[in-house]
Write a protein that binds this ligand. Structure first.
Ligand code: PDD
Length: 284
């Protein structure tokens, strides 16, 4: 049975209990992180903790731990679950309080973390690419906060699945912003493009890695808006996240992207990303 962390203790998942009045349960009042772990080593931990602190501060939950305490908590949980490759989920809610929209005066945040299996995309998925559909972004206007209240994201992803696709690419005010649980890249006129950070999208850690790898390896790239209609003539479209890495979208809204196969920029970036991962494994 996996070992989870709850409020300062590591224990078997079955034994971990949260009060029913926890505001995470009642209101979806909390924030989270998903940190990939390679060879027992958390990937870009400082960047994930920085994003967690940003999310906490945006929703006015006092951070229950220092950076050092978070690091110890995470490393202990990775070890308790046998090291190797994992997807570490970390969540902080505002904690238990009588149900009231107003913020409690003395919140006691609930800290929960668990380890899930991390399975990289299967070779046939990387070989063929995935299908995606575009959908209107029905989320709120503060999508840079990694909030646990994911009902719109869940419904968008399910609409994509119901249509036989793997991911929904979201459109707001005519701009393609990101996926239901991923960031968006497109190759347009030979240049790799991703929408700039801002309240319309989550500042993905994988997104940053890809931009760094592009810069270090002379791949033309730019942070700039991608109009919904640009997607129709992109030679490549990708979605990226910590758990799914880089996935080439080869069919969008039922039409082939480029020649309908994962493109050359994807193949190059995929190799660079894997080499970067291998380096991290070697460092432990
Ligand atoms: N989600 N945008 C959204 C809306 C996301 O939910 C995610 C990741 C990303 C990519 O961020 P990163 O590269 O830091 O994983 C972008 C996680 C994996 C999840 O909710 O499970």
């Amino acid at each position: 049975m996996p070992i989870v962390h709850l409020n300062g203790r590591n224990l078997p998942a079955e034994e971990a209990c949260v009060p029913v009045l926890d505001r995470g349960f009642i209101f979806g009042d909390g924030v989270y992180e998903v940190i990939p772990v390679f060879g027992g080593h958390p990937f870009r931990l400082d960047e994930h903790l920085q994003r967690l602190e940003n999310s906490l501060s945006e929703v006015r939950i006092p951070s229950p731990h220092t950076r050092g305490e978070w690091t110890t908590l995470i490393r202990n949980l990775i070890d308790a679950n046998g090291g190797g490759d994992q997807s570490l989920y970390l969540q902080v809610t505002r904690g238990p309080a009588a149900r009231d929209h107003a913020l409690p005066e003395n919140p006691a945040p609930t800290v929960f973390a668990m380890s899930n299996p991390l399975r990289p995309p299967a070779p046939e998925v990387l070989e063929q690419g995935i299908e995606a559909i575009t959908l209107d972004d029905i989320r709120w206007s503060r999508c840079h906060i990694k909030a646990i209240s994911l009902l719109p994201n869940i419904l968008l992803r399910q609409t994509a699945l119901d249509a036989g696709a793997t991911e929904a690419i979201l459109i707001r005010d005519g701009q393609a912003t990101e996926g239901a649980a991923s960031n968006l890249f497109a190759v347009l006129d030979g240049e790799l493009r991703t929408p700039p950070k801002g309240p319309r999208l989550l500042p993905g850690i994988t997104r940053d890695v890809i931009l760094e790898l592009a810069a270090a390896n002379g791949i033309p790239h730019r942070e700039a808006d991608i109009r919904a209609e640009d997607l129709a003539h992109a030679s490549e479209v990708w979605v990226t996240s910590s758990t799914r890495e880089i996935l080439p979208v080869t069919t969008l809204d039922g039409k082939a992207v480029g020649n309908g196969r994962p493109g050359p920029v994807f193949r190059r970036m995929y190799d660079l990303y894997q080499a970067n991962k291998a380096k991290l494994r070697g460092n432990r």
